[in-house]
Design a protein around this ligand. Structure first.
Ligand SMILES: [Zn+2]
Length: 201
């Protein structure tokens, strides 16, 4: 990467203040290098979060005097590419899926197992959100809808021949978004028969 000289400052504080907002972008210091010429403070463009913009600048704090020179890399800004660092790496994801299928279904137990396997641990929040996606993929949506319950009730309302097979004797569904409610009465022929012989139900 080639750099060109942009500006010379007479003191370090001014230089640093200007560097972080140079050319109306946003710059974040990534590394500091001590060289024979002086200390070099490197900044990376962090104008757009998540993009891995290649634009870089650095400040050279001259060893021989109090001057500070700003250099910029001869490269175009690119705010379209997604950073490689976001998300869990695919290899780690595969390990988590395997652990999940072996009964390690909580974020805590997965972190513990990854640590035992000496595998790089993603952030706890990343594991949590991955587990949500994984559960959805494996078990379908977490909430079953009232429509689904209604359909199930209708299907199960037919009284079966088997005296021990359950059926829905009665159901009540209030399909109200603000205050949904459902009640089910599930029974079997044999249970009903017992009721007839009981004093208390
Ligand atoms: Zn940029």
């Amino acid at each position: 990467l080639l750099y060109e000289k942009v500006k010379v400052f007479s003191d370090g504080k001014c230089a640093e203040e200007e560097a972080v907002k140079y050319n109306n972008f946003k710059w974040t210091c990534r590394k500091i290098n001590d060289t024979e010429q002086g200390t070099k403070k490197y900044y990376k463009c962090s104008f757009k979060r998540g993009s891995n913009c290649p634009a870089k600048i650095y400040l050279l704090f001259h060893a021989s005097n109090f001057e500070v020179t700003l250099f910029q890399a001869i490269i175009q800004h690119d705010h379209t590419t997604e950073s490689q660092q976001t998300g869990i790496p695919i290899e780690v994801k595969n390990v988590i899926i395997e652990l999940f299928q072996n009964g390690y279904t909580t974020q805590k137990s997965i972190l513990y197992e990854l640590d035992k396997l000496k595998i790089m641990q993603p952030k706890a929040s990343q594991i949590s959100s991955f587990l949500v996606t994984l559960r959805k993929k494996l078990y379908g949506p977490a909430q079953i809808s009232l429509n689904y319950i209604k359909k199930w009730c209708i299907e199960k309302s037919i009284i079966p021949n088997d005296p021990d097979e359950c059926f829905v004797a009665n159901y009540y569904i209030k399909d109200d978004d603000a205050d949904p409610l459902f009640r089910l009465f599930v029974t079997t022929k044999n249970l009903m028969k017992n009721c007839l012989n009981s004093n208390h139900v």
